[in-house]
Design a protein. Structure first.
Length: 170
């Protein structure tokens, strides 16, 4: 089969467009993941103040004034969907708050509504989170904390942006 240079040129343009149409969603998703992780870190650190209970490293070694013993997120086996559910719904009967403002009212959690959860309803946090923010925190946890073993100096510096808080790590 002999193809002319013009036909080959047109075919190559079609192939490039076809490749871009299939590859770009993956490139954009990769950027979205990086953006989601960065947003999740900010929310973990500031808006939701997760470190107060879970600690900067997610190891459950939070602020001494925390209301209870927080889960060690470095040891959790929860997947992204489960993390999202716990962040949104909290944990009934524990100090883990529900960050979805409509948890148990418009959005039943764990199959429970306001009446079903009764006195075990998780506390309300100072700041509720939007669904995308909850997803971002889950993305941050999965990328940097879940399954990562003991915290180290590189993680500490990445979290705080300097080594000022990281003298106990080598």
């Amino acid at each position: 089969m002999n193809l002319s240079a013009t036909t080959l040129w047109k075919l190559s343009k079609v192939l490039v467009v076809a490749w871009a149409a299939t590859a770009l969603p993956f490139v954009d998703r990769a950027r979205a993941d990086e953006a989601s992780i960065a947003l999740g870190k900010l929310i973990y650190q500031d808006k939701a103040n997760c470190g107060a209970c879970h600690g900067w490293a997610g190891d459950g070694q939070g602020d001494p004034h925390a209301s209870g013993h927080a889960a060690n997120l470095r040891l959790t086996t929860m997947d992204r969907a489960q993390l999202i559910e716990v962040i949104a719904c909290g944990r009934p009967g524990t100090p883990m708050p529900h960050f979805d403002a409509y948890a148990y009212s418009d959005n039943p959690c764990y199959g429970l509504d306001e009446a079903g959860v009764d006195k075990g309803k998780p506390p309300e946090p100072p700041n509720s989170l939007q669904p995308k923010e909850i997803e971002a925190v889950a993305d941050f946890l999965q990328a940097t904390i879940v399954g990562k073993g003991s915290p180290n100096k590189a993680e500490c510096v990445a979290y705080f942006g300097s080594s000022n808080h990281c003298s106990q790590y080598r």
